[in-house]
Design a protein around this ligand. Structure first.
Ligand code: 6LW
Length: 508
């Protein structure tokens, strides 16, 4: 059996780590400059996943208020020991460094975190020996100083988790097989062996999973003779960039690998609108080595519909995100509507007045109804402050003006329409490109920006989505689609999401 569904946790969910505790699985992913940070997903069958909370729900846990785009929360690891959940993570660009959070309930609250002095790198893993010795195993990427960007391979150090410090000089554990960027180590024990599972090849098309094993958590580690044991590099497989995996026990007692991958769309050169998503595949044990099966595409058949009607709900759902601050610091529910007050910042700024949610499907519609009688605001999809598109409404004369905006680094284009008075419906629709050899088929997903008011509907533009993908954007996040205001107060009646994979064209 090759396990699915795939994607397992769709949308912007890179660098997954997973743990089994008390008959439930918990999975965490990276969030970069977004707050709250580090979503916690829960499953009781390894199939259906519900986001039960976030690790970092208070800004002081992460200190990413001014973090440069692309930095922030990278690659958390979740582990469970003696009734306590631990999440260890590095936060490049934040004074937090390498930090460990604990909670007894993974839905939260999590504690403020303990910074571990002496762990200098990224992608930390946490493992314990029988006697309670705690090991942090990490990628020795140098993040500051004259050796910035230098990779020192996979390193390890024994730590005192309570005191927040390393107990020794870090040791070199494994340099990988020679592919670039040996990183994302996870240490797992099985029988008499300790297995070191790492990512190699970089997070792009060359990404892969390599394995080494040793008799002690400190090594020495011997690599699998046929590493990388998993990679989609130089293949036409529909899921590319597969790597950065964590091993987990399955409900039937087998083993699976949970890992990141991308779903490129388009022609020979293909583009992944949703960035790095979380996938799963079965692992066989062959001669004492884990052998992951290739990652198969197995999209869910059902249509996902989520409606947030602000007459009956607020922002307490854990899936809401804001940029470098909490959603509740940007927006509030009042009088049955979500109100966002602008401060003259736009989506091109580092701190937009924006609250959004992950786009989880390649075929999607996100819609809202906005009142702009007291301000300017709209609906937008954001990769980062350089790369975004959306619809912005303002009151003009007796009606409204709606401007569709598309931004990529160095290029800006706007389209404008006027609509009758009244509440404005704004809609962003995406669908995969058509099959065949047309120009459209060679592009990315198709993005329609639509507005309606007073019984009139207008499509302002249709965009080629290849400009807002993991391959073309500077940050390695994904699409977050949300509500925003630039000036005055815009109020929103609802946020409606509909997603499916029904007409997805899968072709790298
Ligand atoms: C992650 C690392 C990586 O920490 O990207 O390219 C970082 N590799 O494994 C952020 O996802």
């Amino acid at each position: 059996m090759t396990r699915g569904p795939n994607p397992l946790v769709p949308g912007f969910n890179p660098d997954p780590s997973i743990v089994l505790a008390d008959d439930a699985w918990y999975l965490v992913t990276s969030t970069f400059e977004y707050l709250p940070g580090i979503p916690v997903y829960r499953s009781t069958d390894l199939v259906e996943w519900i986001q039960v909370g976030n690790v970092a729900t208070r800004p002081e846990q992460l200190l990413i208020g001014e973090v440069p785009t692309g930095l922030g929360v990278w690659a958390p690891t979740i582990r469970y020991r003696e009734g306590t959940f631990h999440v260890i993570v590095t936060v490049p660009g934040s004074p937090k460094g390498c930090v460990v959070y604990t909670a007894t309930d993974p839905a939260g609250p999590w504690d403020d975190g303990t910074t571990l002095e002496g762990v200098d790198g990224i992608d930390p893993d946490l493992a314990w020996y029988d006697d309670g010795t705690a090991y942090v195993t990490y990628s020795g990427l140098v993040l500051a100083g004259p050796n910035l960007g230098k990779h020192r391979g996979v390193q390890q150090v024994r730590v005192d988790l309570t005191a927040g410090k390393a107990l020794e000089e870090p040791r070199d554990l494994w340099s990988g097989t020679g592919l670039k960027f040996p990183e994302a180590p996870h240490l797992h024990r099985r029988g008499d062996w300790w297995y070191l599972v790492i990512a190699e090849g970089g997070t792009e098309r060359g990404h892969g999973v390599s394995v080494a094993r040793g008799r002690s958590p400190e090594g020495p580690f011997e690599g699998h003779p046929a590493n990388p044991v998993l990679s989609a590099r130089s293949t036409p497989r529909p899921i590319q960039n597969t790597g950065h995996g964590d091993l987990i026990q399955t409900p039937d007692g087998g083993t699976a690998l949970v890992l990141l991958g991308m779903r490129p769309l388009g022609g020979t050169v293909a583009f992944s609108p949703l960035g790095r998503e979380t996938f799963i595949t079965d692992v066989a044990w062959v001669d004492g080595w884990p052998q992951p099966e290739p990652v198969e595409l197995a999209p869910r058949a059902e249509v996902e519909e989520t409606v947030f009607d602000f007459a009956t709900t607020d922002l307490s759902d854990p899936g809401w995100l804001a940029v470098r601050r909490l959603p509740t610091d940007v927006a509030m529910v009042t009088g049955g509507r979500l109100a966002i007050t602008g401060d003259d910042s736009t989506l091109a700024d580092t701190h937009p007045r924006f609250v959004g949610r992950r786009q989880r499907h390649l075929t999607s519609t996100v819609a809202t109804r906005v009142d702009v009688s007291a301000g300017t605001g709209g609906l937008a999809a954001r990769y980062d402050e350089h790369s975004w598109y959306g619809l912005e409404a303002r009151t003009h004369g007796g009606g409204s003006t709606v401007t569709a905006r598309a931004r990529v680094p160095g290029l800006a284009q706007d389209w404008t329409a006027t609509l009758p008075a009244g509440e404005v419906e704004l809609r962003i629709e995406t669908r995969p490109p058509a099959r065949g050899f047309t120009v459209e088929a060679m592009g990315g997903d198709r993005i329609r920006l639509v507005a309606a008011a007073g019984g009139e509907e207008v499509q302002l533009t249709e965009l080629d989505g290849r400009f807002w993908t993991a391959e073309t954007c500077a940050s390695f996040t994904g699409r977050v689609v949300g509500l925003y205001a630039t000036e005055g107060t815009a109020t929103f009646a609802d946020y409606r999401y509909r997603g499916s994979e029904e007409d997805t064209q899968y072709r790298p």
